[in-house]
Ligand binder design. Structure first.
Ligand SMILES: [Mn+2]
Length: 330
């Protein structure tokens, strides 16, 4: 029997979900299944063409529901899991007992482990390390900014490889997650040099930000509009300025000029400003603790003017916040 596993690509939890589903499927459904993998990316106009579902069984893990007759298994924990109401109605009326959704889970890997144990008698304990790491990484529950930026553990290194490396490498690594430790995977001759190069670029970006960023009254600001950098790890500013509360930055990503607004997860005081609401006033959006505004390509002066206003507003907001020592311990 042929099984196709579709998973969220460029994502540590997506890869771990594919790995644990493989183990579950072989132990519970078909021991001799011939399994292959394909990654899925979020797109503005999401489609699920027939060629994604060539198996006798076809699964999607850690990604949106597909209203396709050949989809036989589905696990997701994302807030926005359905493309439209009709898809959600189709899921709600499904009686296969093989499609599962719970946005309360921090990782889809843990969700598959729990459903497998409770409904199918599957024992996920040999994969406990993988499950634990997926939970931490998918919810960004790092102990410190240094841990988030310096990536001391194999799981974090593997995350950088999954997020930034070339096509199909993730699909090669997924089966290895069942037979080798992540430390051993990171030592492989086809993986170690990929990580080294990606990590070198990451360290370069820390230096570029170190040179350009300043922190005043709890607010970090830096302007990368004329730097050769279209993105950066969002925890770098807090690694450089542990006492900061908020960050505002400008990046020229080519197709757009982006203002990023964030708050320090390890701040010594609790950031109280709702950054989604703030960004909405400039046509952007996001979450309460992190938001962004996109202007058109080349609108750098406009972005600089808005960023200056935002820095001023956040500087006022950061004044007089009470210390919350407990937050620093996470
Ligand atoms: Mn996930």
């Amino acid at each position: 029997m042929r099984a196709r596993i579709l998973h969220h690509d460029r994502c540590f939890d997506g890869a771990c979900s594919a790995a644990i589903f493989t183990d579950f499927f072989r132990k519970v459904v078909a021991a001799d299944a011939d399994v292959d993998y394909a990654g899925l990316f979020h797109q503005a106009n999401q489609v699920f063409p027939d060629e994604l579902f060539p198996g006798d069984e076809n699964a999607i893990v850690d990604f949106k529901f597909a209203p396709h007759p050949k989809l036989t298994w589905w696990f997701d924990h994302h807030q926005s899991a359905f493309l439209c109401e009709a898809d959600e109605a189709m899921f709600r009326s499904d009686r296969s007992g093989h499609k599962f959704y719970d946005p309360g889970y921090r990782s889809c890997t843990q969700f598959i482990a729990d459903i497998g144990r409770e409904r199918f008698g599957y024992d996920p304990t040999p994969l406990n390390t993988l499950i634990h790491c997926a939970d931490i990484i998918d919810s960004a529950s790092y102990d410190s900014a240094e841990q988030a930026v310096m990536m001391p553990e194999a799981a974090m290194k593997l995350t950088l490889v999954f997020e930034a490396s070339r096509e199909n490498l993730t699909q090669q690594v997924i089966p290895l997650l069942l037979s080798e430790s992540m430390e051993s995977i990171m030592r492989r001759p086809d993986i170690a040099p990929v990580f080294e190069e990606l990590f070198r670029k990451h360290l370069d970006s820390i230096e570029i930000i170190r040179q350009r960023a300043a922190c005043r009254d709890g607010v970090i600001f830096f302007d990368l509009a004329d730097a050769e950098l279209a993105g950066y790890n969002k925890f770098i500013p807090y690694y450089l300025f542990p006492q900061s509360v908020y960050t505002v930055s400008i990046v020229d990503a080519g197709f757009r000029t982006k203002i990023s607004v964030g708050s320090n997860p390890w701040s010594p005081v609790e950031p109280t400003k709702n950054l989604a609401s703030l960004c909405e006033r400039y046509g952007g959006g996001g979450h309460p603790r992190v938001g962004a505004i996109s202007y058109g390509p080349g609108e750098i002066e406009r972005a600089r003017a808005s960023a200056a206003e935002i820095v001023e507003e956040l500087t006022e907001a950061a004044q007089g916040l009470p210390e919350q020592g407990a937050r620093a311990q996470g």
